[in-house]
Design a protein around this ligand. Sequence first.
Ligand SMILES: Nc1ncnc2c1ncn2[C@@H]1O[C@H](COP(=O)(O)OP(=O)(O)OP(=O)(O)O)[C@@H](O)[C@H]1O
Ligand SMILES: [Mg+2]
Length: 531
Amino acid sequence: MASPKKIKKEAKETAKVTAKDLAKKQREISVSEFFTKNRHLLGFDNPRKALLTTIKEGIDNSLDACEEAKILPDIKVQISNIKKSEDRFIVTIEDNGPGILKTHIPKIFGKLLYGSKFHTLKMSRGQQGIGISAAGMYGQLTTGKPILITSKTSPKMPAHHYSLVIDTQKNEPRIVKDEVVDYEVKRGTKVVIELEARYQKGRQSVDGYIEQTSIANPHADITYINPEDKEIRYPRASKELPIEPKEIKPHPYGIELGILIKMLHDTKSKNLRSCLTKDFSRVSTRVADEICEKAGLHGKARPSRIAVQEADALFKAIKLTKIMNPPTDCISPIGKNAIIKGLQKQINADFFTSNTRPPSVYRGNPFQIEVGLAYGGDLPEEGLIRLMRFANRVPLLYQQSACVVTESAINTSWRNYGLSQSTGALPSGPVLLMVHLASVWVPFTSESKEAIAHYHEIEKEIKLALQECGRHVSTFIKRKKRAAEEFKKKLYIKKYIPHIGIALKEILDLNDKQEQKIINNLTDVLERSRS
Ligand SMILES: Nc1ncnc2c1ncn2[C@@H]1O[C@H](COP(=O)(O)OP(=O)(O)OP(=O)(O)O)[C@@H](O)[C@H]1O
Ligand SMILES: [Mg+2]
């Protein structure tokens, strides 16, 4: 044990650390440095997941870009294992999208939090502006290799090739190579990332991700070359592009006080009334006047002069005013028929059904729930059903139990629909269930975008959609059960028809011909009966 003298001396030394000393250590942390230490937040927590996340970020971007440019996506994904003994792979993702302007390539791939989707309220797969640069940064960290990008924006323009690394301290791109190259495509982008990773087959793998992507995106044509050099084609099942989602302005109900204050400060409008009508969705002049009146503010007040207390009154007044729900053309659901086409493409089942709910709103953000269900066929009779979760057409493969989709499926009474279910579990039976949430802003539980947060409105909509599909499948199951019972009965009766013939022949003293006629007639009646 230390002597009291020593303890006193140590305490004195600790007390010596001054604010000045601390100030020496205080400095800005760049977002790249932060995510280098916290790579698990972005889905790079182990080599297996790193491979999936890299491919997911690349495919999501390609699909988003193609759809924005109204191009039917043709995507090629290749994973090559360079040295068979090592856990090192080269991932290549190539699309036929609009390409990327030369001037923008370095920032897109070499700077975290740089993108086109964060500030827009419309449905897209990407939202944060981190995805592809984080994948490149992970590759750079684990292999020291730069990310390679080749992009062409028109058949008449030259293709540009960049080789980039991220300066993590500054969160800025450093260009290693910048050249004009031959690229034998009309337009498109090719991204190559070398990374430390592990390839494994199975549902939570790249294979499962690509298969599910093709189900939720029947308009996409995907060619996948796995590390064993095997080519797997997912041809498109529909030539219809998803309806283009429109950008909307924020809805007043979804705005928090701090954001409202910032919006009042930044607005280009000269007075409060026009700020409310122009910067928000669904605020007419009448509604704006009502809000101002309830807040005790003048519609002609200068927005930038509104004090915090007044903004608070305005915030409360918004909550007390009835405002129409936001427009819903900012979301583009997969659609009832396309869901079935997508499922039929990959799953061999006896029965398919789907349901697209009308749009709804959580925290001022419009969203829409869709459900697809396949029953029977090749789906396994034993065990829990297979649940596929999607957010803005992107499959979610991890954190199933933390997701509102799973909870809603567990909280639905599947026994009412002819499936067995233990308390607190998913139902069992030969069922594949897909649930899709389409929204202008998906409330993920973390930046790695793996599970959807528990909003009451979202849970309610999922349950309503599941119940509808449940009713459809229950009718099919009942009909199937009845048909099976009738078939059994028929077989039983059929066995006795010859005996009836013999008995009647004896009682009525009939000849062989008459006996055969009775047998034929009875068989005919049985065959004609409903099966
Ligand atoms: N293949 C591509 N073709 C055209 N533009 C692309 C492509 N890949 C990326 N981009 C552009 O680069 C931006 C940044 O991509 P990044 O994946 O980093 O972020 P994001 O997709 O906006 O959001 P998230 O972090 O959620 O993925 C995109 O917003 C898009 O504008
Ligand atoms: Mg992205």
